[in-house]
Each structure stands twice: as C-alpha cells, then as structure tokens.
Design a protein around this ligand. Sequence first.
Ligand SMILES: Cc1cc2nc3c(=O)[nH]c(=O)nc-3n(C[C@H](O)[C@H](O)[C@H](O)COP(=O)(O)O)c2cc1C
Length: 509
Amino acid sequence: MEIQIGHEDSLKFVQSILNALSSHIAILDHEGKIIAVNNAWIEFGKQNGFDKISYGLGTNYLQVCQEATGDNSEEAKEIESGILAVMRQSIDKATVEYPCHGPTEKRWFSVKISRFEMNRKVWVVVAHENITEKKLVEQQVQIRDHAMQSIAEGITITNPHLPDNPIVYANPGFEQITRYSPDEVIGKNCRFLQGAQTESASLESIRNAIEKQQACLVELQNYRKDGKMFWNRLSITPVRDENGLVTHFVGVQSDVTQQKQYEQQLQNSQAELREMNANKDKLFSIISHDLKSPFHSIMGFAEIFSNDLQDYSYEDLQEFGNHVYSAAKNLYGLLENLLQWSQIQTGKMEYNPVILDASEIVSSVVGLLQGNALQKNIDLVSDLQGDGSIKVDLVMLQLIFQNLISNSLKFTKPGGRVKVSSLNKKNFVELLVSDNGIGISSEQLSSLFTVGEQVSTLGTAQEKGTGLGLILCKELIEKNGGQIEVESEPGKGTQFRICFPLAEPIHDI
Ligand SMILES: Cc1cc2nc3c(=O)[nH]c(=O)nc-3n(C[C@H](O)[C@H](O)[C@H](O)COP(=O)(O)O)c2cc1C
C-alpha cells in the first residue's frame, strides 16, 4: 500500500498510526536514542512514574536498560542485548518477556524488538505489550498440567474426530496403572486394555454414552501390559467447545482392585455370618423342641413319684423308672452332642492327632455299643481289617463311630442288622457303617449334613435326636482330613462310607 501525502502530513499520519496501537512503542535511532513514541508509551510512563526518570524523546534507551536496577535488571540487560543484536543486524528480531508487577496487581509484558532501514540508516522499533492475560492462562494451564502429571489416577484424552477415537494424551498415572507408556498408546483406541473377563454390559454403557455424547461411570475388568487383571473404575466425560460441540473425551481410570477385593471379602464374611446366624437360630429351635420331650417325660413321672406313689404297683413304678432312665439317657446324649458341636464351632475342642490303627479303635466302639444293639435286638457285627494306620485325634475318632453306629441302631428295626467294616485301599482306609434299617428319603439325604436343614426324625423305637450327631461326625471327619459319603434307599437301608488318608501310604515296589 502506498499513500500519497506531503512530508508534514505523512509524519502526522505515521504518528496517528502509532497512537492507534495499544502496544507501547518507541523508535530508536542507531545509537539507541528515542526519536518517536506513541501515546500508549507516554501513558504507561506516566502511570508508572517512568516519565520522571526521562522516559521520553531524546532518552537513550540502551542507557536506561543498562542503568536499570532492582527486580527487572536481568530482563533489562536481556532487552539491551536484544536491541544491540537487532541494531547490528546479527538477528532480525528479538522478544523478551518480563514481569512488571504493579503495587496491587501482577502484570507481565513482552517486548518485541525489530528494525527497519531508511535513508541508509538503521532504526529500531521497541514495542512493549501487556501479556498478563496470556500469562495467567499459561499459569492455569501449567497448574492443571502439573496436576494431571502428578495424580495417581490415569487420565486419557481421546479425539472422536479422528478415525476410531484414538488417545491423544495419556498422563503418567495411566502408565502407572496399566504399565503402557504414553508413547505406546497414543494413536490407539483404549479397547486394547480389555480381555476375556471384561464385562460386556459395561462396554455397552460406554458405547451408548459415547454415541449420545454423555458422561458415564463404569467398573470393568481391564488388563495391564503384563497381562495381569485389574479393576478399572472408569469415568468418561465429553469436552465441549464454546458452541457446545464435542471436541474430545476425557477418561479417568482408577485402579480399584484392592477395594473390590475388600468388598468381596466383606460380602463373603457377611454372607457367612448371616448363614451362621440362621443356622444357629434353626439349630436352637430344633434343640429346644427335642430337649423338651424327654424333660416332659421325666417331669411327668417325677410328679407321679412325689404325689401318687401309693396308687401304683411295684411293677408299674419299675416301668416308670425305666422310662425316666431312658429319657434322661437320651437327654444326656443330646446335651453331649450339643456341647461337642459348640466346642468345635468355637474352636475349643482339643485336637491331638496321633498315628493309630483305625480298625482297633472302631472295633472297641463296636464293643461298647453291643449292649445298645442287644437291647433293641439288633445284630451288630464287624469285619475290620488291621494295619490301617491313620493320623487322627483318638477322642474324635471314637465320637465319630459312636455317633454313626448309634444312628444306624436308631433307624434299624428290631431283628435287623448293623455292620461295621473296613478296607485298606492304596492311599486311604475305607470304613463302612451299613444297616438294613428304614433308610433315608432322597430329600432328607441331600440335607443330612446341613445344620439349617435338619429335621429331627424319631428312631424305630421312637428314639429322639436332633440330627446334630451326623453334622458333628462330618465336621470331625473333615477336621481329621477325611471324607464322608452316604447312600440310602428307603425301606432297604443306609450305608455311610468314611475315608481317611493312610498315615504311611503303601508304595508300589
Ligand atoms: C476417553 C476414553 C477413555 C477410555 N478408557 C477406557 C479404559 O480405560 N478401559 C476400557 O476398557 N475402555 C476404555 N474406553 C472405551 C473404549 O475406548 C471403547 O469405547 C469401548 O471399548 C467401546 O467401544 P468398541 O465397541 O468400539 O470397542 C475409553 C473410551 C474413551 C472415550
């Protein structure tokens, strides 16, 4: 553009242009002397008291810079060298940014130094510009960037305008969680973190949110670079420009694996507690019901003994006495089982495993129960092989077989048969308690060893029991490393199969 005006007019014209600019501008001659300034320069000088130290026309600006003291002396030196370098044509332009804080506000300026040539002379333009706003934004960005760099959460930014919505930024937190470095992931879609166990419902929620350009929060299983699974609590948020258009998505990844494990443990122990509580309630209701009957019997006969003794013959009284005895014995048996069971539950039962011959111990229990079998006219036989050395607690083993054999006697009719046998297998001893009694229905069989499901059944001679004996057996057998199984057919009989590992397995030669 060329403007045709006279010499005087052209000076005015140039001055007007300079005055119209917001930067504070001074033109220096080849020695650094200020030969022209604009209004912004003068105003700035006034506002900051610089005019008093000759900041205007005729001042040598290089000298002002050299003599600067205080906070800005370093930047003043930099400006001086910039001006000299531009003046001597070793560089075309120079820019120096410097703080120039006022008493009440923080300000930053940038000085741009350039040159032009006229009449074969070099002239330097010094233009100061207030860049406070830009600096404050930069500072904010720096703070945010620092926060993104230092937080433990992963942060990923994706660009949905590029094919497959790839990652364009990933912070160190993302690397910490996933072990993938930003370089490895930039340009890729985040789905590389997914694997076999990743929940498809969570992925559906993500797809839906991205499609509708909404925020979402999901928890899903992801995989680190080393293949190890981690629980990712992922929040995805769209970023919109001033027109509300989505430019990017920001994902925040948190590793909540440990939290998930604690939650799972808590849920498990809560469920366990609930079950234990329910079992305890059911057990107490069974026990209180079953303990009541023998008490009623004892109390009824005791009343007769204390009030109406004279009304009964000696034989009647003897029969009543027998009833009282069997009720008391029954009651004692129930209490004993209950006590032992509660000792196991509270971990107070002594446990001293020793190596012993299973057949020998079981045989002695059979001997002890012969009286009971005889009383009910049941044939109690045994076929026990020796040398089955197992490592168990002696008292517990006795309790197990006392309970199992008593149970078979209870559910076998007079004239029936209960057989206890043992067989030494390669690595374990198998002990069988079988009877040809009334058997157990398949419905009862499935809940035979479960406390909460127990329903007490009367024996063939109306013997009472809580069913606690079998539960006790199972717990004792398992405590000693064994296993119990039961087979039964109603009307035909029942067989309990108990296995204990041999203390010294037989090796093939
Ligand atoms: C910002 C952002 C971050 C994401 N971060 C994860 C992530 O950490 N783990 C993950 O399994 N998926 C993440 N995704 C989801 C996948 O990139 C992808 O959207 C998802 O697998 C569903 O799309 P697809 O059916 O195309 O795979 C993220 C998505 C976005 C937009």
